[in-house]
Every structure is written in structure tokens, then in C-alpha cells.
Design a protein around this ligand. Structure first.
Ligand code: DI6
Ligand code: FE
Length: 407
């Protein structure tokens, strides 16, 4: 039998689904952990007597606000090099598309990633992961998509898996082979999609793939090409997600919904029809304010349609070298509110319960009995403070599956 641990002298934003306020706020709460799992959560005054017995370990949370462990559900965290030069080009007048078409952009990171060996990639990625962990991230999704050849996609996914084994965090991997056309397939996107489809069974068999993603856009792949990747994912029993409607409306969201996608991501150009399609399949809208900000976009994702059709919204860093070199999920909370006009409640659910849903994880994302004991203790009075401050990090401590984390 596991030792029971009770934490009290705290407030909690439980983020539970049946909360009447969005936060599921409990003032003067108590939280009971048994092994890796939450055994009881509620107001301290209602703590069952069995949790007051002498063998139960009592802990003082010293007035902290507790939230679920944060979940960064969309990152490209494993890559080689950086693209400050391109940032500079854009500030001298070039557009993101122009840089991409001139052989910069994603393809330049592909070069750097192919040249890097596993240990170099791991070392560069570890630094970015550390920054996320210091802000209370307990689950992170990492996509491939800078290798674009079997050997290099496998290398990146193995680095991602190893990061998960060597750090106090759950890593979920996503195969994004259809991210860009690599130089050796220039002008032959359909042939490259053949190659992507052929890579999938091998990577899946190695246990390197939790989900499959594609970049469906004017500078990415067409809906028909995307669908071939999705069909293969379906044959392999893998869930899909999609970079959709980032720079143009390709009707990608509706396509992804037909494949019961876990999420559609970016979505600045989403149509109301797309939002409706997502709503019918419970597909999560993952919004990425870092990319919107960094590319100085002006078209806002249609938050009102997402609200109207009750599409769950998640928020993520999109951590990548080209459109969002960002390793702060807390800053994304702030930007989701200031740039996208989301409420702090929506934003917090976006990095907890709805982010879990975007990854197909049902065992985390809220502080509810039965969930995994991923808990962050914050030095704030109210949950809105997590969204309000820019550049602050009020994290006091993190529990991952009940165990205290050192980061
Ligand atoms: N959309 C993005 O914003 C990133 N990938 C994608 O499909 C950008 C990736 C990069 O520029 O390196
Ligand atoms: Fe992305």
C-alpha cells in the first residue's frame, strides 16, 4: 500500500469539466495523493476523516495556488541550429513565404538537423525543455518534421523519446514527415508524400509515433496530399492532427475532422464551416499566439466561432526555430489573452484539460480524484495572475505522478 499524502493550506484551480466557473476554483482546499494518483480533491473542511489518521502524511502548501501540471501540446522542440538570420531578413523586408521559397525557412533547419548527431540534438533540445519544465510543464508533445528522410525523422523521434526518459516529464511524439518538401524531392511533392507514407510503418513499428501530423497550406501540402498521409495513419491505427488554416484557408480543418483528428492547430484562417466540422468530432483547436506574434500576423483566429460551436481551445508554444522560437508557456497564456482576447479561464484550460484532450490523454489535465498526480504549486493569489504577468515565473514546485520534481 502507498503512503497517503495530504496537501492543505492552498487554493486550487482544478480545471475540472463540471465546474460552474471555468477554473473549478476551490478556496482553502485539500488534495490527497496515493502513489501516482490523486485520491481526493475538495474543500479542506470536507476532507474525509480517514485522511486525518496518524499514518497519513500531512503537508503545508503555504498558501500556494495549485493547478494541474501544464501541458504544452504542440512543439517542434527537437531541431538543429537556429534562424536568427532569417529573423533579420524579415525585419529588412522579406516575408516568411519569400524566405521559405528562397530555400531558407523550414528547409534550412532541415539541413542543420540532418547534420547534427543524436547527442548534439539532445543537448540543444534539452535546454529548451528545461525552460518549459521550470514553468511547470509536466507533459509535452514533440513533433518530428525537420529530418524529412526516414533516418533523420527516426533520429529526431528517438531524441524526443529519450528526453522523456531522462527528464521528469511525459513526452508524446508526433510524426510530421509532411512538414515541407526536402531538397531532394524539390518540385515533386507527390513523390515525397509516397516516401512519407512509406516511412510510417517503420517508425510506428519502432514505437516512435503517438500521432501523425501534416502541414496543409499554400506553402505546405494540398488537402489531397494530406489525405494520403491520414489514410496511412488510419491503416496503422494512429490518431491524426493537422497544421491547418495558418496562412490560408485550405479547408484542412474539415478534412482533419473527417479523420476524427485530435486537434487542428493555428487556424487563423478557419471558416465557420471548419469550426462546425471540428465541433462535431470533438477536435480541439490548438491556438499558437507565439507564431502569430513572431510572424506579425494580423488575422486573428475566429475565437467567436470556436466559442459558438463549443470547440475546446488549447494554447501552446509551437516551439520551433522559424515561426515561434519560444520556450515559455506562461507567456503564451498572456498572449492568448492580449492578442487573441481569450479569457484567462479559457487560456488556463488551454494548457491543462483541453491540451490533454488535444493529445488524446484522459488521465491528466485536471485536479480530480483518479487523475495522475501532476500538480504545480504557484506563488499567486488567483489563477488570472498566471495569465496577467509577463516574464514572471511564480512556480514554487511541481509534482509529477506524485513525486517532487527537481528542475
Ligand atoms: N507552421 C509553423 O508555424 C511551423 N511549422 C509549420 O508548419 C514553422 C516551422 C519553421 O518555420 O521552421
Ligand atoms: Fe507547429
Amino acid at each position: 500500500m502507498h503512503t497517503l499524502h495530504v496537501w492543505s493550506n492552498c487554493d486550487m484551480a482544478t480545471c475540472q469539466s463540471d465546474a460552474t466557473d471555468g477554473y473549478g476554483l476551490i478556496r482553502d482546499g485539500a488534495l490527497v495523493i496515493e502513489g501516482e494518483t490523486l485520491a481526493w480533491v475538495g474543500p479542506r473542511a470536507q476532507l474525509p476523516v480517514k485522511y486525518r489518521e496518524p499514518h497519513v502524511q500531512q503537508h503545508d502548501a503555504q498558501g500556494a495556488l495549485l493547478t494541474p501540471g501544464l501541458i504544452d501540446c504542440h512543439t517542434h522542440l527537437v531541431y538543429g541550429g537556429q534562424r536568427a538570420n532569417e529573423f533579420e531578413l524579415r525585419l529588412n523586408g522579406a516575408t516568411y513565404e519569400e524566405v521559405a521559397r528562397a530555400g531558407g525557412g523550414i528547409v534550412s533547419t532541415v539541413r542543420a538537423t540532418r547534420e547534427a548527431d543524436e547527442s548534439t540534438l539532445a543537448q540543444q533540445s534539452q535546454r529548451r525543455l528545461n525552460a518549459l519544465l521550470r514553468e511547470g510543464v509536466t507533459t509535452v508533445e514533440i513533433k518530428s518534421g525537420y529530418g524529412l528522410a526516414l533516418e533523420h525523422e527516426a533520429k529526431c523521434l528517438r531524441v524526443a523519446r529519450a528526453l522523456g526518459q531522462q527528464n521528469p516529464v511525459t513526452v508524446r511524439t508526433t510524426f510530421l514527415g509532411a512538414h515541407a518538401v526536402p531538397p531532394e524531392f524539390a518540385g515533386r511533392p507527390d513523390d515525397y508524400i509516397d516516401a512519407v507514407v512509406a516511412m510510417m510503418p517503420t517508425l510506428a513499428k519502432e514505437g516512435l509515433v503517438d500521432a501523425v501530423d501534416a502541414f496543409c497550406d499554400s506553402i505546405g501540402f494540398t488537402p489531397a496530399q494530406t489525405e494520403r498521409v491520414f489514410a496511412q495513419a488510419k491503416r496503422l491505427g494512429l490518431p491524426v492532427k493537422l497544421h491547418a488554416e495558418q496562412l490560408s484557408d485550405s479547408d484542412g480543418a474539415a478534412l482533419a475532422a473527417r479523420y476524427q483528428a485530435l486537434s487542428c492547430d493555428h487556424l487563423e484562417w478557419l471558416s465557420e464551416r471548419g469550426a462546425q466540422a471540428m465541433s462535431q468530432t470533438g477536435t480541439v483547436a490548438v491556438l499558437l499566439p507565439g507564431a502569430f506574434y513572431f510572424l506579425r500576423e494580423t488575422r486573428l483566429p475566429p475565437i467567436n466561432w470556436l466559442r459558438k460551436h463549443q470547440v475546446p481551445m488549447a494554447i501552446s508554444t509551437d516551439c520551433n526555430p522559424g515561426s515561434s522560437p519560444c520556450t515559455s508557456l506562461l507567456l503564451m497564456l498572456n498572449m492568448a489573452c492580449t492578442l487573441f482576447r481569450m479569457t484567462p479561464q479559457e487560456a488556463l484550460l488551454g494548457v491543462t484539460r483541453h491540451a490533454a484532450q488535444a493529445l488524446g490523454l484522459t488521465d491528466r489535465g485536471s485536479l480530480v480524484a483518479g487523475q495522475r498526480a501532476d500538480v504545480v504549486f504557484w506563488d499567486v493569489q488567483s489563477p488570472a495572475e498566471l495569465c496577467y504577468a509577463m516574464g514572471a515565473n511564480p512556480r514554487r514546485q511541481t509534482l509529477l505522478a506524485g513525486a517532487a520534481v527537481q528542475v
